[in-house]
Ligand binder design. Sequence first.
Ligand SMILES: Cc1cc2nc3c(=O)[nH]c(=O)nc-3n(C[C@H](O)[C@H](O)[C@H](O)COP(=O)(O)OP(=O)(O)OC[C@H]3O[C@@H](n4cnc5c(N)ncnc54)[C@H](O)[C@@H]3O)c2cc1C
Length: 598
Amino acid sequence: MTAYNAPLGDIQFLMSEVFQADKIFASMPGTAEVTPDLISAILEEAAKIAENLISPINQSGDQEGCKCVDGVVTTPEGFREAYAHYIAGGWAGLTGEIDFGGQGMPKLLSSPIEEMFFGANSSFALYAILNTGATLTLSEHASEVLKQRFLPKMYEGRWTGTMCLTEAHAGTDLGMIRTKAVPQADGSYRITGTKIFITAGEHDLTENIIHLVLAKLPDAPAGPKGISLFVVPKNGLDNEGSLSGQHNGVFCGAVEHKMGIKGSATCVMNFDGAQGWLVGELNHGLSNMFTMMNYERLSMGLQSNGLADSSYQTAAAYARERIQGRSPTGPQQPEGEADPILVHPDVRRMLLTMRANIMAGRALSMYAALQLDISRFHPDLDQRQKADKLVALLIPVAKAYCSDRGFEMCVTGQQILGGHGYVAEWGVEQNVRDARIAQIYEGANGIQALDLMGRKTVRENGELLAVLLTEMDKFIAGAQDVLGMDQYLPHLLNNQQMIRGVTRRVIDRSRDNPDEIGAASYAYMELLGLTLYNFMWLRILAAVLPKLHAGTGDTPHLSGLVKTAEFFFARLLPKGQALVAEIEAGAETLMALSAEEF
Ligand SMILES: Cc1cc2nc3c(=O)[nH]c(=O)nc-3n(C[C@H](O)[C@H](O)[C@H](O)COP(=O)(O)OP(=O)(O)OC[C@H]3O[C@@H](n4cnc5c(N)ncnc54)[C@H](O)[C@@H]3O)c2cc1C
């Protein structure tokens, strides 16, 4: 197994040169103290955690998995010690509200850190990421009293959070949930019901687990409009918010046996009259939960991208060492029995496809994270509103497109190792299994595509897309003067034209036939994802070319980026034409078969 190396060079380049984080952070009061030195120091420390603390327990955690005996869940060996180390470093409260003991760091900084943690050990990272999402939701929607009760300990990492939405009969369609919340005289609620697939629902890492649970009051309106959000601790609390020593009626029924992320406890959770408190307004639970979901969805793209990068590192090293066959242009290592497989164009195709997608995926996740920061910290209302629109449009793409590409890249990495990729020794087989879930949880990718096409595009009459296209126009106008960019910018102009055209046509067609939205949605999400990767590569080039021409910076790193971008434009971007054709094909062939004909 190859050790995980945190991709600090690429991350720092994106942070400082492409997104110019220092200028942006300096311009917003809430982030003014996040200086370049601080950013570098935090990223370097995070890289050490990824490489030295959690990567070494990745493979063993996969082999051992989580165990559940009589409702007591044990994480794999080493997880408890690593978690204790992780929280001692203050990582659990990195992005948390300062008033409650968090460190107030921006998402642009935490997103590449999440990528590193996921790349090093996705199972371990999930305990941390779920907690961050839960604290965000409490921070945004809970009362001061609840925030005071829960946030400080969750920021310390002494308590971790979960997200309890799914029930056996209600996954995508949460309007059907049956978990009940009965109001009590003291203002709290008694929660009863069973949730399934709950990540980190039970474990042995912390003294308490704080569940964010969707439930309905007995007289709630039917469907999604009757859902409320509750905070429910596993262990009961006294009036001061300390552990009361009483169990709160929250039990783990089982841990799922699953394809990957085996060190992450995926639990059936039974709430048996557990005491909970309302978070936000009654019947607004689903929209309040979206705070968590927006962040978690971005994280799912980061998970796959991190794992893809881990596979790339192994595959690139392997391709340099593994000797099989001769180069078509004659022996490259005549002294040896054969040449390294890196000489073969098809192996290069695979490696470059990985590299091009991973770097663009990382940049897209950071771009989306930046919009979340502007929405949270910017003093100007117009800027915040524009960022909100971009977040709404970008999140389903950053979740679905990045997780699809991430999984594919893990499979591609496995392919580069041939049969050695299929066996467990090298770790790339585990990456395939661990990456697969990101396409499914937090809303299956088909649902993300539907959200993008239906709610975010057709319902908004293309307004959110127009905001993004204007951002691209501004970039193009600014990049015209960068020496060497003129040859690349037409790629984005073409993409913009394509996406404008199909957007208008789907909106028009959906007026007569609502099935046109779902029929176009997946290919549309992929076309927007490809367009955004194109935009990201151009933004990278606009930062790389001036440095290359001036002879400043790390020339091999910079020229490697230019060559990878050129590969992307020549060999991956043309797939956009096929996606346009797929979108134009409409709903007819999809809906033609009767149920019996399937
Ligand atoms: C390992 C793991 C961890 C998880 N962690 C959590 C967690 O922490 N908390 C939590 O609450 N849940 C969690 N989940 C649940 C996860 O979010 C759901 O499995 C997921 O949202 C899909 O729901 P479902 O499985 O019920 O599939 P369904 O909703 O039954 O969907 C099945 C298929 O039908 C498609 N589909 C469904 N409805 C529509 C529609 N209206 N239009 C078009 N297509 C549709 C979907 O895209 C999907 O392909 C986890 C699941 C797993 C496996």
